[in-house]
Design a protein around this ligand. Structure first.
Ligand code: NAP
Length: 343
């Protein structure tokens, strides 16, 4: 099968990634595994990180395939599979462990445990499914869970609102009745308002003092302070200064940092007591372990109309994956970047 392979560590380029025309196809599925012909793969920032750091000299990472998200069609099932049949459209995301051992989704076929996939919601395009039920949508579900499901009327600020996770999170928060303040660049104002945000803050215009701007907007008047901040862009100052605009008892939920990005924010923000200069607001740093159960939660959002669609930044041919990775590395994707595998 055709597959992109990681040939060296570093930023994505023809030096670190190559397209093989003859990578071995997975064997017939055993136990509760499915053999899936991939339709679309979607990209995530963590893909760049793993291409960069997982050593290519390890014996089990010779010819490793990158990327986690996928949608596709089941072409064979293991003997223990129940409820999924050949021909079903499925989607989901692989975990870091699978990627570490060389299995990825930027190829034509994968073997994946049934428990890691969900069926594509009725009427949803395959490219949308790869973006929505993959890492971005599942992370959005994890954030909403951490916020206790969000209550109608709660006011939430989403930093990095126009990216892969943010663009789904804006829809999910709004769909659950929250008031959404979306932070991203000015050029993406119309985009996030179209996703349902009530208010947009341009970090470009507000900078160099985004936090001062937020204090003026949300910190001065009674009842204006925020209930939640969801940080999808990694704003350390946004947390340090948040008592000025995040109400007492409010929480700061970040997805930036942690296992794949170092533990400094976690130690600094979570473990430092207030008496030693810690910020007097709750801090959560979340790390997703992708699963069929989380994908199912996102699928329910889609079916209930809580989220409407997967904003697609761009769709690329398999041969053009390097250009897609370059777009991802710019950190200015507007929704999801997807790769079309099956023509
Ligand atoms: N912990 C976990 O389990 C987990 C899971 C998924 C993702 N993540 C992490 O979460 C982050 C977001 O992921 P993603 O997939 O949404 O990334 P993405 O699609 O690359 O999104 C990037 C977004 O960040 C915005 N942005 C860039 N600089 C900004 C700034 N200074 N202030 C505010 N927004 C800014 C951009 O908006 P503009 O173009 O408008 O500037 C863009 O829309 C990444 O760091 C990723 O590694 C963590």
């Amino acid at each position: 099968m055709k597959a992109w392979l990681v040939t060296a560590n570093g930023p994505p380029s023809s030096k670190t990634l190559s397209l093989s025309p003859s990578h071995p196809t997975p064997p017939p599925p055993r136990s509760s595994n499915l053999l899936v012909r991939i339709s679309h793969a979607a990209l995530n920032p963590v893909d760049l990180h793993l291409i960069n750091v997982l050593p290519t000299w390890l014996p089990f990472r010779q010819n490793a395939v990158p990327c986690m998200d996928f949608s596709g069609t089941v072409i064979a099932t293991g003997p223990a599979v129940k409820g999924v049949e050949v021909g079903d459209a499925v989607c989901g995301a692989l975990g870091v462990g699978q990627i570490a051992f060389g299995t990825g989704t930027l190829c034509e076929y994968i073997s994946v445990p049934q428990g890691q996939v969900v069926k594509v919601p009725e009427g949803m395009e395959m490219r949308q499914a790869a973006g929505m039920m993959g890492i971005a949508g599942q992370t959005a579900a994890l954030v909403i869970q951490a916020a206790g499901g969000l209550k109608p009327g709660e006011k939430v600020l989403i930093n990095g609102a126009s990216g892969g996770v943010g663009s789904i999170l804006v829809q999910a928060a709004k769909g659950r009745g929250a008031r959404v303040v979306a932070v991203c660049s000015g050029g993406n104002r119309g985009f996030v308002m179209g996703l349902g945000a009530d208010e947009h803050v341009d970090y470009g215009t507000a900078e160099p003092d985004l936090e001062g701007f937020l204090e003026g907007r949300f910190g001065k008047e009674e009842g204006e302070t925020l209930d939640w901040i969801f940080d999808c862009a990694g704003g350390q100052r946004l947390y340090d200064e948040c008592p000025k605009y995040l109400k007492e008892g409010g929480r700061f939920v970040s997805i930036v940092g942690g296992r794949t990005q170092g533990i400094v924010p976690f130690v600094r923000n979570k473990l430092r007591p207030v008496m030693l200069g810690g910020t007097p607001r709750g801090y959560d740093l979340l790390g997703l372990a992708p699963s069929g159960r989380m994908a199912e939660e996102v699928k329910e959002w889609v079916e209930e109309g809580v989220v409407k669609d997967t904003p697609i930044d761009s769709e690329h041919k398999m041969e053009d994956a390097l250009e897609a990775f370059e777009k991802l590395a710019s950190k200015h994707a507007k929704g999801k970047i997807v790769i079309r595998i099956a023509e």
